[in-house]
Structure formats: structure tokens, C-alpha cells
Design a protein around this ligand. Structure first.
Ligand code: SF4
Length: 227
């Protein structure tokens, strides 16, 4: 078991600094060219890999060029265009309704506040945070996806389980200037080394400060179960 830094804030700073060195080009992996495409890509990415979303949006963004196009197409046709994406029927509904709302209430523009974004169908705090950060350069919080959730718990930054609670705790310990990058670093490290089922602690740059490190710890703090 690694020995975490004395306080959670120190632990967070050390993690950010080491992961930054390991993943200097870490950034969002969804492809988009404007705010609406970003919003749609993030809605589609729930429970689905970014890779699959990128493949599907390549033709989607060619066919639909603005909120009117999504708002006016029959929902079944849009669903058919998304059929390799998980939960494509519900997501087609969210996209159509969000675009209708964007046209009716926001002059066709993707809103730029947490409150207005989370009023759109299918848009929770996580999606809104991504759109604010990458679409509007507004950093109001920390995006907590499955990688951030798992790594934060494994690394002893939080004992909370729900993303909203984890976000609150992280916002108290991660330096504000790193709120956006923290997510991308966790995603890169989660994909490369600290995967859900196969953490490769032997190759991890955080092993000596990680309380879940397999060499000594019998427990994966993310799940609370034995390794
Ligand atoms: S790979 Fe192992 S040592 Fe590294 S962060 Fe994950 S659990 Fe900790």
C-alpha cells in the first residue's frame, strides 16, 4: 500500500503534478466543431465510449447542421441515425427536445449557465460542466465521470460514492486552476493504467502514494472489495 500525502489537498496536488508529467497532452477526446456538436456528443457519450460516439457523429454532423435540423426531424429517423450508440432511442429524444428548447428559449444558441443547461432534457451537471468548460470557457466545477469517480476513491481523495458529492469534495481540494484538467488526467490514467478491472499498479506513477496499491493493499478502495 502506498502512503498518501498528509492531507487530501496535498494528495490531490501531487496526483495532478505527476499525471501532468505522464500525460502532457491530456484533453477531451470527443470530436466537435461548435457548441451544439459538443452538447450532442456529450449527451451521446453517456454509458458509451468516446470512440464510438466519434464514429457516429462523423456522419451525424454532416447530415444535421443546426438545432432546426434536429428539432424538425422525426424522432425515429434520428434514432435510426444513432443506432450504434447505447440507449439511442432515449438519446434521440433528448437531442430533439433539447434543440426545440434551444430554439424556443435561447434564440438557437446553446446556453452558457449551469442552470439553463441543466434544464435541457438529458443534461445533468456532468454534461453541463463539459459544455461550459469546452464550449464556453467557463469552469464552474469538476466533471466526475466513471474514471474520476473510480480514481478519486482509489487514491483516497474521497469516500463519497455519488458523483455530485464527489465533485463537491474534489472542488475543496483540487486547485481551481486544475478543475478542468483533473478530469482529463484521470480519464487518461484510468484508460491507460488504472482500469476498472485491471489496475496495473506495477506500472503506475502514483503507486507509492496510492492507498489501494495492489502490492500491499488487499482492497480496491473504489469498490471496497478485495482485489
Ligand atoms: S493503478 Fe494501482 S497504484 Fe495506480 S492509482 Fe490505480 S490502484 Fe493506485
Amino acid at each position: 500500500m502506498g502512503t498518501p500525502r498528509e492531507t487530501r489537498a496535498e494528495q490531490a496536488e501531487e496526483i495532478v503534478s505527476r499525471l501532468e508529467e505522464a500525460y502532457p497532452d491530456s484533453t477531451i477526446s470527443l470530436r466537435y466543431t461548435n457548441r451544439l456538436e459538443l452538447l450532442i456528443a456529450v449527451i451521446l457519450s453517456a454509458q458509451c465510449t468516446d470512440e464510438r460516439v466519434n464514429t457516429e457523429t462523423e456522419h451525424l454532423f454532416e447530415k444535421y447542421d443546426g438545432p432546426e435540423a434536429y428539432a424538425n426531424v422525426p424522432e425515429e429517423e434520428l434514432a435510426e441515425d444513432l443506432n450504434s450508440i447505447t440507449y439511442y432511442n432515449s438519446k434521440a429524444g433528448y437531442i430533439t427536445e433539447s434543440c426545440q428548447q434551444i430554439l424556443e428559449d435561447h434564440d438557437g444558441e446553446v446556453p452558457d449557465t449551469m442552470e439553463e443547461l441543466t434544464e435541457l432534457p438529458g443534461v445533468g451537471r456532468k454534461t453541463a460542466n463539459v459544455v461550459l468548460q469546452h464550449g464556453h470557457d467557463v469552469v464552474e466545477g469538476i466533471v466526475v465521470d466513471t474514471h474520476v469517480q473510480r480514481l478519486s476513491r482509489r487514491l483516497g481523495l474521497t469516500e463519497e460514492e455519488r458523483p455530485e458529492k464527489i465533485e463537491q469534495e474534489l472542488m475543496e481540494i483540487v486547485p481551481e486552476g486544475y478543475w478542468q484538467q483533473f478530469t482529463h488526467l484521470c480519464i487518461d490514467h484510468g484508460r491507460a493504467i488504472c482500469a476498472a478491472r485491471s489496475a496495473e499498479c506495477d506500472e503506475c506513477v502514483l503507486a507509492d502514494i496510492c492507498p489501494s496499491e495492489k502490492g500491499d493493499s488487499e482492497v480496491d478502495l473504489a469498490s471496497g472489495d478485495p482485489w
